[in-house]
Design a protein around this ligand. Structure first.
Ligand code: 5RP
Length: 219
C-alpha cells in the first residue's frame, strides 16, 4: 500500500473518536489533511474546532468550519495530529511542517491526543528524522553552535517562516536516547521557542496504519 493511502487510513480511523459535543483540536500536515477533509460528515458532533496552524485553519474554513481560538474554547476534548516519528513510549518528533509550537500548545490543552501515522514512522530511537527546533531569528547562530556541541548538525530551513514569524533549525544526526531529558535540555537554551520533541506531553493513543490494517496502540 502506498504511504499516502496508509496516512489516509490512519486519519479515517481517528474519526471514530469524535463523540457528541466534542471540542476538537486539529493538527497540521498531509495525514491530518485527510482527517480534515472527512470532518464535514461529523459536523453535528463537533461543538468547536481549534487549529494548530494557518494552513489547517484555512482548510477547515473552506469546508465551512468556524475556527475558534483556545481562549474561547478552554480545554479541548480531543486533539488529532500526525508526527514525523514515534517510539513505543508514545514520545514523538513533530514539526516537519513547521507548526510545532502551536501543535505543542494545542496538545497541552487537550485531554486526549490521538496521533495518526503510517508504520514507517514507528522507530526504536527518535532522531533519524531531523529534529525541528523553532528559534527566534536573532538567536539562530548562537543556537546552531549549541547543537554542534551536542553533536548534532543544524541546518537552517531556508526561506521558511513559522506562523509565529520565527525560523526553524533542523538538527540532523541526533540519537535521542532519552527524549524527556533532551526536551528539557533544549528548552533551556535561550532563544529556543519550541523543540519538536513531544515527550513530556506525548500521544495518548497512536493509530498506525500498515499494509493490512490500522493498529490502535495504547499506553
Ligand atoms: C507538522 C507536523 C506533522 O504532524 C508532521 O510533520 C507529519 O506530517 P505528515 O502527516 O505530512 O507526514 O508535525 O508540523
Amino acid at each position: 500500500m502506498h504511504q499516502s493511502e496508509k496516512k489516509r487510513q490512519a486519519a479515517l480511523a481517528a474519526l471514530e473518536y469524535i463523540e457528541d459535543n466534542t471540542q476538537l483540536g486539529v493538527g497540521t500536515g498531509s495525514t491530518v489533511n485527510y482527517f480534515i477533509d472527512a470532518l464535514p460528515d461529523y459536523r453535528s458532533k463537533i461543538c468547536s474546532v481549534a487549529s494548530s496552524s494557518e494552513a489547517s485553519t484555512k482548510r477547515l474554513q473552506k469546508l465551512g468550519f468556524e475556527v475558534s481560538s483556545l481562549g474561547d474554547t478552554g480545554e479541548l476534548d480531543l486533539y488529532v495530529d500526525g508526527a514525523d516519528e514515534a517510539n513505543k513510549h508514545f514520545h514523538l518528533i513533530k514539526g516537519g511542517g513547521g507548526a510545532l509550537t502551536r501543535e505543542k500548545v494545542v496538545a497541552a490543552y487537550s485531554r486526549k491526543f490521538i496521533c495518526i501515522i503510517d508504520d514507517t514512522k514507528l522507530v526504536g530511537t527518535l532522531g533519524a528524522f531531523p529534529l525541528p527546533v523553532e528559534v527566534i531569528p536573532m538567536a539562530r547562530a548562537y543556537i546552531a553552535k549549541k547543537f554542534i556541541k551536542l553533536r548534532g548538525q543544524p541546518i537552517y530551513r531556508e526561506g521558511f517562516k513559522t506562523d509565529n514569524g520565527n525560523h526553524i533549525l533542523d538538527i540532523y544526526n541526533l540519537n535521542i536516547i532519552n527524549p524527556v531529558e533532551m526536551e528539557d535540555r533544549i528548552n533551556r537554551i535561550p532563544g529556543v521557542v519550541t523543540v519538536g520533541i513531544f515527550a513530556h506531553r506525548g500521544a495518548d493513543i497512536i493509530l498506525m496504519a500498515d499494509n493490512k490494517q490500522v493498529h490502535t496502540l495504547r499506553k
